[in-house]
Structure formats: structure tokens, C-alpha cells
Design a protein. Structure first.
Length: 250
């Protein structure tokens, strides 16, 4: 938790727009990944305040490369697949939360406690949690107001994805794993009740009722998007269970 708080403090006030940061955790693993667009010397100067806060036994690794090398790095170092017929499949369940401001120590203690619980360790699926730094004083994402696009959470600090998948990536997904994922997310949000959390629309959670999904995904953009829906698709030909309806946002 202390390491995450150090990352959060650095990201909120000192991370420059050329730097992206991601905290990734799964059973017995906690790591910070990122990318920097610039020279090696500029990177070392930018990251120095964070490195000063890391434990002395922290394992550090830096790689320098071009754009394609950075893509391969985020693909676990493997070659980027370029098949003529895409065959990759996944059987998964995902949840997300968007935090408009800093996550409190109490919320993080509850969250990481849930992730290290016996239920999480004995989960019938493989899982991981990814926390992406979106905001902060140097954020290029937050440099544009929410009204600039349909995305409602440009002023958020963190976007968190909880992701679980079957060991062989094939169906079926065990029903017993879904309550565990709900509990993991609630361990964070329930411990910070003063915050109105959103959700990330590209990490679709099929268990959310449509009205709740709209508020979490689109927030103050809902009425604007509903108006576009009324104009562009009045017969609602483009539909899915969480689709914005022409009547929404009225």
C-alpha cells in the first residue's frame, strides 16, 4: 500500500505528460510499468522523485527503444501477431472503476487486503488488476475538458480494471468467480463512500443494469449522447443490453 501511495502522490503532482504509469497486480506480484516519450536523460530526471520513494530492494528495469519495441514490451516481449485470419479468443469477466481523485489509505488497505485474501488466492480463475494513471497536474488526458469528447472521465485520476479469465482461455466461465470480482471492487469503493466512482465503458461489465451503466460510463455526457442517439439512430437499430436509448438523458 505504501508503494502505491508513493506512485499516486508522484502521479498526482509530479508526473509529466510524456510519462504513462500503470500499476499491475495479481497473486504475489505487484509492479509498476510505464512508458516515456523522450530522451533517456529526460526520463531519469522525470522519474527521479518516484525512484527516491521506492524500497531499496525494488527490482528496476528500463528499456530504450522505438515505437514498435514499446508495443512488443507491452505484449510481454513477444512478436506482434499479424495473422490474416484473427483467431485469438478469451473467456473473461471484467469490472472497472474510475476514481475522480486520490484513493485513500483506508480504501487501498481494504482493496489490497481483498486481493490477498484466501478467497482471491483460491479463485477458480486467473485474475489481475490494472490501475492506470489518467490524471494529475501533468496529465495530457486531463488537459482537455470532458465536453471535448464523449469520454466523461478526462478529469479522473485513476482507471482501474479487474479482469478474470479461465486458465485455458476457453468457455465456460465459472459463475462462482463473478461474486468474487464484485467483492474485490466493493472492497475499494465501499471503503471510500464519500467518492462518486465512475466506470470505464471499454471494460464493459455485463452485470450492470443499463441505467446504472449509463451513469457510471457516461456521467454528465449522457444527455449529450442521448441527443446524438435521437438524431442518428431514432429507430435504435444499434442496440445491446447497455446501449443508450433515444429516451435516455431526457
Amino acid at each position: 500500500m505504501d508503494l502505491f501511495l508513493a506512485v499516486q502522490a508522484f502521479g498526482a503532482t509530479q508526473a509529466p505528460p510524456q510519462l504513462s504509469l500503470r500499476v499491475w497486480t495479481y497473486p504475489n506480484v505487484f509492479g509498476v510499468w510505464g512508458a516515456f516519450w523522450g530522451t533517456h536523460s529526460d526520463f531519469l530526471a522525470a522519474i527521479a522523485p518516484l525512484l527516491a520513494k521506492l524500497p531499496q530492494n525494488a527490482k528496476l528495469s528500463f528499456e530504450q527503444g522505438d515505437w514498435l519495441a514499446s508495443l512488443r514490451s507491452f505484449y510481454d516481449g513477444a512478436q506482434l501477431p499479424q495473422p490474416e485470419a484473427y483467431q485469438q479468443r478469451e473467456t473473461f469477466f471484467a469490472k472497472s472503476v474510475v476514481a475522480p481523485g486520490e484513493l485513500t489509505a483506508a480504501a487501498l488497505r481494504s482493496f489490497f487486503g481483498s486481493l490477498s485474501s484466501r478467497a482471491a488466492r483460491d479463485a477458480p480463475v486467473a485474475w489481475w488488476v490494472m490501475l492506470d494513471l489518467y490524471g494529475g497536474t501533468g496529465s495530457a488526458i486531463a488537459a482537455f475538458p470532458p465536453a471535448w469528447s464523449s469520454y466523461a472521465h478526462r478529469n479522473a485520476l485513476w482507471t482501474v480494471q479487474l479482469y478474470a479469465h479461465t486458465a485455458d482461455h476457453l468457455p465456460p466461465f465459472p459463475d462462482a468467480a463473478i461474486p468474487l470480482m464484485h467483492a474485490m471492487l466493493r472492497s475499494l469503493t465501499d471503503a471510500q463512500p464519500e467518492t462518486v466512482f465512475g466506470a470505464y465503458p471499454n471494460y464493459a461489465d455485463p452485470t450492470l443494469p443499463a441505467a446504472e451503466a449509463h451513469q457510471r460510463y457516461y456521467g454528465g455526457q449522457l444527455q449529450r449522447l442521448a441527443e446524438i442517439k435521437r438524431q442518428a439512430d431514432p429507430e435504435e437499430r444499434f442496440w445491446h443490453p447497455q446501449a443508450i436509448a433515444a429516451a435516455d438523458g431526457v
